[in-house]
Every structure is written in structure tokens, then in C-alpha cells.
Design a binder for this molecule. Sequence first.
Ligand code: ADP
Length: 404
Amino acid sequence: MSTCMNQPPQKDGQNEALKNQMGRIKQKLLVMSGKGGVGKSTVSVNLALSLAQAGHKVGLLDIDLHGPSIPTLLGMQGQKLMAEADNSIAPIWVSDNLAVVSIGLILENNTDPVIWRGPMKYGMIQQFLRDVRWGDLDVLVVDSPPGTGDEPLAIAEMIGSGARAVLVTTPQDVAVNDVRRSVSFCHALNLEIAGIVENMSGLVCPHCEKIVEVFKTGGGEKLATEMQTAFLGRIPLDPRIVLSGDGGRPFSRDDQSTPAQEAFAAMVTELMSPATSLPETTPVTNDKETDTMKFAIPTAQGKLCMHFGHCEQFTIVEANEADQTIISQEQLTPPPHEPGVLPRWLGEQGANMIIAGGMGQRAQSLFTEQGIQVLVGAPSEAPEDLVKAYMAGKLQPGTNSCDH
Ligand code: ADP
């Protein structure tokens, strides 16, 4: 494999290429989870296979940098991706209408731990999104890294508008709480949520095929209702899923009809139905009865200050989303810096959303936990202009200018 796959991120013309590439894909589904081990890769593979079986032309992209398991799940060990003369990457077609690209298909040894430095990760993600020659696709399913850190953030930012998140959880409370954080993460990034999947929900009895409720189930559905997103279905625990995954022959390929296969088929119908499959990018809205939102913008000399942690003032802009007007604007000086003080203080000011140039992941999580959404990558412009651009749907998340 050529060394081009480890180049640092590039801008401008390269971004144009990324946009063109993404423009050839009708639907982009980012399969995400709040933590590892909940079945995100299992869902990605079987969703991609079920979409292909339903006749769609599908790409499956595994960018779980630290645990790429798609090659194992699809029995592709030993196969390698090749870079073309023009540095593009040819995907591996596993059937007429399903192409696969995985970080695991470039590693010398799939079991080696991979240490990626920040810019390398970003560059790798960018190359995978920009340089793979999928051609025209109906759907790209992306197996994203777990959590709400830099990697899923970079993927969500680079993949651009029109992508939707499929959030995978298990029924237990702790996993559901993790997915709650993923929901806030999607809101902060303006990433539409296609729905929530509850995996390992009940156990398929090997004797009678009925589903036995081993743990408490229904957490994912409850969460979907609470978060006002679609519930995409329950996948039961089925020992055949482990066996077929380890054997590199995913269960969706088998002819036999199982509860899990049926759940995936129903998920495909839901995801591809015209009512839900062509999203419009809508700005994040608050859930208060009124249309009023309070934006907090770190400011220096009348403009957004790019270094969130070092700004001396915040401009609080109150605006009406319905008629896109600004109601009031004031400058406030935050209390002296100490850990956790800003989320609390901005919460007390009634802020619903922070518009920032850059912000570290930890700080973003603290704000989202406080119920304050965060949009990063905004330019250094006057606060009222940024709020107006946001309400008009013209302010999209950009590159996090300072992510430490
Ligand atoms: P993640 O990508 O979230 O880390 P994986 O998809 O790799 O998780 O799944 C973790 C393990 O759980 C794998 O061994 C997989 O076969 C198993 N698994 C996932 N979903 C199910 C299920 N519904 N029934 C049985 N085993 C499952």
C-alpha cells in the first residue's frame, strides 16, 4: 500500500474533491454508539447487507480506527486495499452491489494495536471519505468509532450535510446513558438522527425461537420517545450472531429467517421509506414552549474569540427562532476560571447554545451534559451576525480551530 494513506489533512481543492465525492452518495448513515462493545459493527455489517439484499447499491466504510472488525465479520482476512496511480482507493466488492473499505484492510496485521496521532487520524478519515472510488451509491453505511470524541466529530464534520446517525445501544441503563450523550452530540453538530437501535434486546431461545427477556428491555425505545427520534427496532441476543461473525459469514447472508434478520429488514424499510429517507438539514431547536433561544458566544473586541478557554467576555444573544429576529444582546464577564465553572455559569444565564471557534472535547461534553448545545468551527465574526446566520441555517459546524 502506498504511503499516501498517512498524509496529513489538506484543505481547499481537496475539500472540493471531498464534497464531489460525497455528492455522489444519496444516503449517508453514520452508525454510532456511546461506547464500544454494544454491537455497532454487527449492526453496520448486517444493515449494509440487508440494504444490499433489498436491491440498493451500498458502500460499507469502517473507520473505527482502533477496532476495525468489519474484515473479520465479512471473512475478508488476507484481502488488502490497493491505492491507484492517482492516489484514489478502490473498494473491495463483496457482491454485485456491496463494496467495502476498512481501515483493517490496510493494516499489516489486523490484531496489531494501532497508535494514531491526531493529525494522522484526521488525515486518514479525510482520505477514506474523499479518495475511495465508490462511484454512485444509494447508501453509504459508516461504522464510526465509539464515543463522542475527536474521531466521530471529524467524520460527522467531513461527511457534510445530509448524513444521518443510527445510534446503537443495549437495554441496560448505563449504555442508554451513553447513547443519550450521543444524542446531545448529534444535536450539537446539527447531525440528523435517523433513529435508535436496541441491540442485545432479549435472547432468542435456541429451542423454540421465541424471545426470552433476560435483562430489562425497552430502554432504547423509551429513549427514542424521550428524545423525539425514531425507534429503528430491537435486535435480540442470538448465539448465531457471534458464531456467524467469528466465522466471517454474517447471519443476514443466511437464507434462514431469524428474528434478527427480520428486525434488519424492517429497519431497512424504515430507513429507506420516502417519508424518512431524504432529510432536510434543519437547525437545532430548543424544546421550550417558546421559540426563544439564548446563544452564548465567547467574544474579544466585538467578534467571536477563537480560543474559548481564554476569552474574557461572553456575548449573550437572545433571539426568536420563528421570525429570526434578535431580541436582546448583552456582554457578560465570566467568573474566574476553574474547572466546571463555565458550564454552570452559562447554564445559570439560561444559555441553550454556544457558538465557538474551537473547544476541547471534554469541555464540549460538560456543556452538552448541562443541556447546552455546542457548535464549533464558527468564524471570527460579530455575535449577532453568527446568530442570524445560524437561524437562517447558514452556519454549519466547521473545523474545530482549537480542540485542546
Ligand atoms: P462494537 O462494534 O460496538 O464494539 P461488535 O459489533 O463488535 O461491537 O459486537 C461485540 C460482540 O458482541 C461481538 O462478538 C458480536 O458478535 C457480539 N454481538 C453483537 N450483537 C449481538 C447480538 N445481537 N447477539 C449476540 N451477539 C452479539
